[in-house]
Design a protein around this ligand. Structure first.
Ligand SMILES: *Cc1c(COP(=O)(O)O)cnc(C)c1O
Length: 418
């Protein structure tokens, strides 16, 4: 075989991967956009499919040798259509951002007005941030959460829509802890003659598992990532009505991508199969139950939850009532030392910058995959509170680190010899 001998193998990278495996499995992974994907998904993603060029779509490829790849991509498409009840699916977007950019390219023109949720109120970078291509190429107008209950206010969205007359309304969020009903967005889109896109990147797994309303019957286009609550490989996906199918496919390839990552497409097909199993419904319900239990336990520890709680897989925690000096940045750093991984996050109308923040975002998809249930959530809240209270005392942080490792050892997620 042509490969380097065992002796000259790149041990540097593989040693680092092993180090990362230890980090992931001995600490609490609470980043709301992350998950542990299955060994089967990883096997498909690490397969010989990475060798293949397959520009085009099943049975319409530019290169030869794609008979098998065609079957794999067709399976992925068929499964995801079944999972969400969609007319048409494109499984090629390399990421959620690529999926969103392809939708804009396919449905609107540069300079067109689009309505989306402001980034600092829970929207996503690709919903019109000035530093993102979406905000550079299109005229994004933002709505915000209400000052009173920190939830979306559809009167405000309707008023803004009537004023700016968008071509497209983008629903969907990246750090909004509440259920988002698709119907009010549809009603406003119809009132102003706009198309409606629902970006379910975060909640795709909750939708697939029936723990969150499915926007597919209401939206013209639904985009999502496959690696968040849906628990698949890193990647994106677009679902559309038949009316927009051709425009969307053209916008993905050749519009904005070249050769698809068929190893990732195979991983998506495996993940869709897993999400179609009845046990995935239990998983989705458990994510939400765990988030509710964790939110309650954090309140008892003196934290304030943005909007008062959560109906999803995540919560945004306002640290100020717990400790007015404590920033999200500092909390993220010291919690990492204690083996608790989460991210700093702006709270609505945050006086601190996005690099500092007054809050953190916490999600339960990963710990739920590990098998943790409501009983473990107060422990996690206690570890977080203890670490933050004792953040200037290394012995406190060290003792939490040991307790976190002990808890994680009871919920193994991968075979340790892997
Ligand atoms: C995560 C996310 C994306 C982007 O996904 P990437 O794969 O990181 O590009 C897009 N939209 C929303 C709402 C997200 O939460």
């Amino acid at each position: 075989m042509p490969w380097p001998s065992q002796k000259s193998r790149d041990t540097e990278v593989f040693d680092l991967i092993e180090k990362e495996r230890v980090r992931q499995t001995t600490g609490l992974q609470l980043i709301a956009s992350e998950n542990f994907t299955s060994p089967d998904v990883m096997e498909a993603t690490g397969s010989v499919l990475t060798n293949k060029y397959a520009e085009g779509y099943p049975h319409k490829r530019y290169y030869g040798g794609n008979a098998v790849v065609d079957e794999i991509e067709a399976l992925a498409i068929e499964r995801v259509k079944k999972l969400f009840g969609a007319d048409h699916a494109n499984v090629q977007p390399h990421s959620g951002a690529s999926a969103n950019m392809a939708v804009y390219l396919g449905l609107i023109k540069p300079g067109d007005t689009v309505l989306g949720l402001s980034l600092d109120h829970g929207g996503h970078l690709t919903h019109g941030s000035p530093v993102n291509a979406s905000g550079i190429l299109y005229d994004f107008q933002s709505f915000r959460v209400s000052d009173t209950d920190e939830r979306l206010d559809f009167d405000q969205i309707r008023d803004l829509a009537k004023k700016v007359k968008p071509k497209l309304i983008v629903a969907g969020t990246t750090s909004y802890p509440r259920r988002l009903e698709p119907q009010p967005f549809r009603a406003i889109a119809d009132e102003v003659g706009a198309l409606m896109m629902f970006d379910i990147a975060h909640i795709a797994g909750l939708v697939a598992g029936g723990a969150h309303p499915n926007p597919v019957p209401y939206a013209d286009v639904v985009t999502f990532t496959t690696h968040k609550t849906l628990r698949g490989p890193r990647g994106g996906c677009i679902l559309t009505t038949s009316a927009h199918a051709a425009a969307i496919d053209k916008a993905v390839f050749p519009g904005s991508q070249g050769g698809p990552l068929e190893h990732a497409v195979a991983g998506k097909a495996v993940a869709f199969h897993e999400a179609l199993q009845p046990s995935f419904k239990d998983y989705a319900q458990q994510i939400v139950k765990n988030a509710a239990a964790l939110a309650e336990a954090l309140s008892k520890q003196g934290f304030r939850l943005v909007s008062g709680g959560t109906d999803t897989h995540m919560m945004v925690v306002d640290l100020r009532p717990f400790d007015s000096e404590l920033t999200g940045k500092e909390a993220q750093l010291v919690l990492d030392e204690a083996g608790i991984t989460l991210n700093k996050n702006n709270i609505p109308n945050d006086p601190r910058s996005p690099f500092v923040t007054s809050g953190v975002r916490i999600g339960t998809p990963s710990v739920t995959t590990q098998g943790m249930k409501e009983a473990e959530m107060p422990l996690i809240a206690e570890y977080i509170a203890t670490t933050l209270r004792g953040r200037n005392d290394p012995s406190v942080v060290k003792s939490v680190r040991a307790r976190v490792a002990e808890l994680c050892a009871k919920f193994p997620v991968y075979p340790t010899s892997a």
